[in-house]
Design a protein around this ligand. Structure first.
Ligand code: MN
Length: 194
């Protein structure tokens, strides 16, 4: 009997740009999709008005949302800043809160920022070849810490975990990552609300 999962494997993900050789189109997030996600909303609005470039794209291969399945694909965050803040994904909790995820860095230089509802924060840098484990209960976002390179990660999570973007949109993450000279630093989010 044919397995109900219809995506043919193996699928090639290009290691220099993250593009997947698959039938599904990547999902795109531009400055216009990230209202109020950055500390400097005026800077974000200006970027939207000027070019509305892509901030990140990701491949969701449409694996059935069942607890027996694994969703996977690539996440591609382009280099850049909004104000002083590095390009990042919107970030989310999983709807089934206690479900984990793995990110494997293929190219670029970045970070996974994590926090749980109790306010515990973890952040892990990623270089190519390194994996980061996001435990259950932790909201997570990818941040591109390079000024020139695209951050490409490969992710895997339980397929029915779901995405809860709402609570992040309302409160943001507790910590932000901003440029500090040629590097970066983590600061408290002045806009974060309990
Ligand atoms: Mn996730």
């Amino acid at each position: 009997m044919k397995h109900p999962y219809y995506v043919e494997t193996p699928i090639k993900f290009n290691t220099s740009n993250g593009i997947g050789d698959c039938k599904t189109a990547p999902l795109e997030r531009r400055y216009s999709n990230m209202k109020n996600m950055y500390l400097d909303e005026n800077a974000r609005q200006k970027l939207e008005d000027m070019s509305n470039d892509l901030v990140y794209t990701f491949y969701d291969l449409g694996v059935p949302e069942k607890d027996s399945e694994l969703a996977y694909g690539t996440s591609i965050v382009y280099p850049g800043k909004v104000g002083n803040e590095f390009h990042m994904t919107n970030g989310h909790f999983h709807t089934i809160l206690d479900t984990a995820e793995v990110y494997y860095c293929i190219a670029g230089y970045g970070m996974i920022m994590m926090e749980n509802p109790e306010g515990e924060v973890m952040y892990k840098e990623m270089h190519p070849g390194q994996a980061v484990y996001v435990p259950g209960r932790y909201a997570h976002r990818s941040i591109n810490l390079s000024n020139t390179e695209t951050l490409i990660t490969f992710y895997v999570f339980r397929s029915d975990a779901g995405h809860d973007y709402g609570s992040i949109k309302e409160t943001g993450f507790r910590k932000l990552v901003v440029a500090d000279g040629n590097g970066w630093k983590v600061i408290c989010n002045p806009k974060w609300k309990e």
